[in-house]
Each structure stands twice: as C-alpha cells, then as structure tokens.
Design a protein around this ligand. Structure first.
Ligand code: NAD
Length: 487
C-alpha cells in the first residue's frame, strides 16, 4: 500500500489544498488555484496547477506500472476493481457533497452520479475476457488476442465529472491499461478525492492525475509516453486534441458536443410525455451532452406542448445544490452562463418568444439561469444551430415526419435523437433514419449502461465508450493466425 502525505492546508488551515496523485503518492506542487462553488462563488478548496514536469512524472509513473502483473492478470485486476467499488461506495456521501459543491448540481443528483460510478466499476469487476475467433478450420484457426494499449490519457469535462471519468477509467483499468487523468479546471476536487481512495487499493502508478487548464491537457495529448487519449468535451477542443495527437499518431476516442433533436409525432400524448421531455432537456441544468436540445413537435400538438412545458418550467425549483428543495442548480461556470444567455438574447432579437425563464436568481452571486422555453425561432437561429448546453429549449413545429427528420439531420452534430409516438414500430423506423449514434423511441438518453455502447458521429466525435465496442477501444486487438500443420 502506498504511503501518502495528507492534503496540504494553506494559510492557517482554513483552506484545504488538494493534491494530485502520482505514482501512488500525493504530488507536491507550488502553485494552486481556487475552485469555486458556482451557486455562491465561495471558494470550496484549492487545486494544484500542474506543470509539464509534473506531467512527465505522472506519465513516467504510469508507464512503469503498465507492465507485469497489472497488465497480464485480469483476475487480479477484477478483484481490485471490486475493492475500488466498495471503497467509493463507503465514502459516497462525502464525495457527493463535494461534487455538488464544485459542480453545482443538486445533492440528490450528485449522489446518483457517485452511485452510477460504483455501478460502472462493479460491472467491470465482474466482466470476463471477451473471446473471439475469426476463423476455425481443420487446417488453421484465427483468434483475436486482446492486449492493453499502455498508458492512456483520460480528459474529462465539468458536467458529469465522475460519471464520465468512470465511463473511461473502469474499462481502461479492466483492459489492463494505466492512466493519467485530467479533470476539468472547475471540477477537479471530487476526482482527486476519489483517486486518492483508489490509491489505497491499486498498485502505485496505475492511476495518476494532473490538474489545471487546457494547456496541460494539450501537453498530455502531445506527450510521447501516452499511447491513447480518451477525450470528452466540446467539439472545438476535440478538434484541437485531434491535431495535437497527430504528431505521435495516438489512438483517440472523441466524445464531443451534441445537439440532439426529439421529434414528437401527431399521435403522442402530450400530458404523458411533456414531464419526461422536460426532465431530459433540463437535467443537470441542460449540461448533458445527450440532453434534448431541439424539440420538434407536430403542428397539431405544438401549442399544447409549449403550454405544458412552460407550466413545468415555471414550477421548477432552482437553487444551490445543497438546498434539499433544489431541482436544478446553477450553470457550472460564467462562460457557460454567458453563452446560454447570449443564445436567448439572439432568439429575442430575431423575433423569438421566451415563454418562461432565462433570468437569473437575484439572491445568489452564482451562475443561475431559470429554465427557458422558447418558440418562434427558425432552424437557422443560434439557439437551434449551436449547442446551448444549458437550460434553454427551443420548440419548433413541423408538418410531416420526413420533414422533421430532414431538419433534425441538418446539423453538424450527430450524437443522439429520439422519436415519440404511440406507433412504436413507425417511430423506430423513423428514429433509425436520424444521423446520430444513440437513438431512442419514447425516451431519450437513458443513464449510462455498461453493457451498451455510447458514441457519436459527424462533429460529435468517434469511437465508443462502454459495451464490447468500448472495451475494444481500450485494447489492442491482435490477429493470431495458427496453422495446425506440423512445423
Ligand atoms: P472543453 O472542451 O472545454 O473541456 C474538456 C476538457 O478538455 C477539460 O478538462 C479541459 O481542461 C480540457 N482541455 C481544454 N483544452 C484542451 C486542449 N487543447 N487539449 C487537451 N485538453 C484540453 O469542454 P467542457 O466545456 O468542459 O464540456 C462541455 C462539452 O463537453 C460540451 O460540448 C458537451 O456536449 C461535451 N460533452 C460530450 C459528451 C459525450 O459523451 N459526447 C459528454 C459530456 C460532455
């Protein structure tokens, strides 16, 4: 077991400074920055600003751990993953509190996020090796042999810091890789706390962290000691990641932005589905890659749907994450709040109507925006074309399903999409024509399921997470050709 120094306390002990984990130890750092509660702008704690030297140390530790028993013994890894799940679960309340404080989400949602992380890691703790034979004949056979890739960089955004981390970390470790994790600058604390817990169980160097802004993320992507990067974040950053990875020809998984359309057909029951559509569009204050971001409603149901969503939004309780009454917290950061507000202002300028919401909460200093329902905007408006990633939903009428699909597909993004109808088979046929990877009928964006792959097309990225396809993306697949003839 690694011996670790306690986290440092700064200036009289009032403010806690978190440490990165490198080679099983708390890494020392000279510079720190404040991580703020997005509801109040109070400082929660401080996180280190990693230097390139600190990154080199993390990669060296990960490379040293990427061989031997760790890489070769799946049974041993699975036993350790099971212990990791128990460890995270036993400290889940503390993790959930910290997550709510730094991310802004309601405590219940933070608890659910930690519970999903535990479920994900438990799934991989029980998952057997995937055996695959490509050909079997009397004279020869061809098997797939899976091997770890080596050291993998995991770059994570701020919307679901722990769920998204664990969608990468659990299968990466299951497959025998070692990792260097880079959390988002506004949400590093829960990740650092969780990784420190894992260090009590995993061999030193298997999990390492670095923290700071995009520059250290870029250095991670460029680093010659990293063999693959699994990145979740915005499309513009994903493009930069792909370009930074080119010089070392790194393997990449890119889970990027989305602008999911939901299509409500003429035969849908508005009263029954409106609460579910609302929940999907506004969960996590709309900061979900696969939230409903454009709602196309058959013209015959349009007014009824707008009215129903407006009513739900008006009653939605917005507040700080730790207030038990809160259903929706603030946005995570000022830039995101300003972006969503700018899209709403643009909608107003171009003749749109904001039926409810879009304003801040006067009593708090943080980045609040009340949930907004918007109509009267064209497909060319910024709110429809761009990813809002926040609590503002444009509702658009259509006349035929073919037209709705064509408009849904006229997007640079290709993450998810749904069709809502009482005619399930017609809806499934229509949904399969959407230019997106994650397709739904009468639901949208189910919680992460480790048995099912998740991914994107077009500018929403490439590669998969979870499911067998996701495990394959964390492995090298070798093709073993065996001749049965005597040599
Ligand atoms: P972001 O792209 O700004 O940052 C993501 C991470 O990349 C952060 O850790 C950041 O520090 C790091 N980073 C920044 N510049 C970098 C660089 N040049 N090289 C390497 N790393 C760099 O994204 P965000 O604002 O944190 O997250 C919101 C975006 O993430 C949205 O677009 C959302 O749709 C997307 N997202 C996608 C999925 C998915 O599965 N497809 C899931 C969640 C979020």
């Amino acid at each position: 077991m690694a011996q670790r120094r306690p986290s440092k306390r700064i200036k009289g002990g009032a403010m806690q400074a978190f440490s990165n984990l490198v080679g099983g130890l708390n890494a020392s750092a000279t510079d720190f920055y404040d991580v703020k509660n997005p509801a109040t702008l109070d400082v929660v704690a401080q996180a280190p600003i990693s230097t390139v030297d600190a990154l080199d140390d993390a990669v060296a530790a990960a490379n040293a751990a990427a061989t031997g028993t760790w890489a070769n013994d799946l049974l041993a890894r699975k036993a350790m993953l099971a212990q990791c799940a128990d460890r995270i679960e036993s400290g889940s309340e503390e993790l959930a509190n910290l997550l709510s404080l730094e991310q802004g989400k309601p405590l219940a949602a933070a608890r659910a996020e930690i519970a999903i992380a535990v479920r994900l890691i438990r799934h991989y703790a029980q998952k057997d090796a995937h055996k695959e034979t490509l050909r079997r004949r009397e004279s020869d056979y061809v098997d797939v042999v899976r091997a770890p890739i080596g050291t993998v960089g995991l770059i994570v955004p701020w919307n679901y810091p722990i769920t998204i981390l664990m969608m990468k970390l659990a299968p990466a470790l299951w497959a025998g890789n070692t990792v260097v994790i880079k959390p988002a600058p506004s949400t590093p604390l829960t990740t650092l706390k969780l990784c420190a817990q894992l260090a009590d169980i995993l061999p030193a160097g298997v999990v390492n962290t670095i923290t700071g802004e995009g520059n250290i993320g870029q250095a991670l992507v460029e680093h010659a000691g990293i063999r693959k990067v699994s990145f979740t974040g915005s499309t513009p950053t994903g493009i930069r990641v792909m370009s930074s990875a080119a010089a070392t020809l790194k393997r990449l998984t890119l889970e990027l932005g989305g602008n999911d359309a939901a299509i409500v057909c003429h035969d849908a029951n508005v009263d029954a589905i409106a609460p579910r559509i609302f929940a999907n569009a506004f969960t996590n204050a709309g900061q979900l890659c696969c939230a409903i971001k454009r709602l196309y409603v058959h013209r015959s149901l349009f007014d009824q749907m707008v009215e129903k969503l407006t009513e739900i939004a008006g009653n939605w309780r917005v507040g700080p994450g730790l207030d038990p009454a809160t259903q929706m917290g603030p946005l995570n950061n000022a830039a995101q709040r300003d972006h969503v507000r700018a899209l709403l202002d643009d909608a107003l300028t171009h003749g749109g109507t904001i039926h409810v919401g879009g304003d801040s909460l006067g009593e708090y200093a943080g980045y609040f925006l009340k949930p907004a329902i918007v109509s009267g905007v064209s497909d060319e408006s910024r709110l429809v074309k761009e990813e809002q990633f926040g609590p503002a939903l444009p509702v658009l009428p259509f006349d035929t399903v073919d037209e709705a699909i064509e408009r849904a597909n006229a997007s640079e993004f290709g993450l998810g999409g749904s069709v809502w109808s009482t005619d399930v088979s017609a809806a499934a046929e229509a949904a399969s024509r959407l230019e997106a990877v994650n397709l739904y009928v009468n639901q949208h964006a189910v919680p992460p399921d480790p048995e099912l792959p998740f991914g994107g097309m077009k500018t929403s990225g490439f590669g998969y997470e979870m499911g067998e396809w996701g495990c394959d993306d964390f492995s090298i697949r070798k093709v073993l050709n065996v001749s049965m003839g005597v040599a």
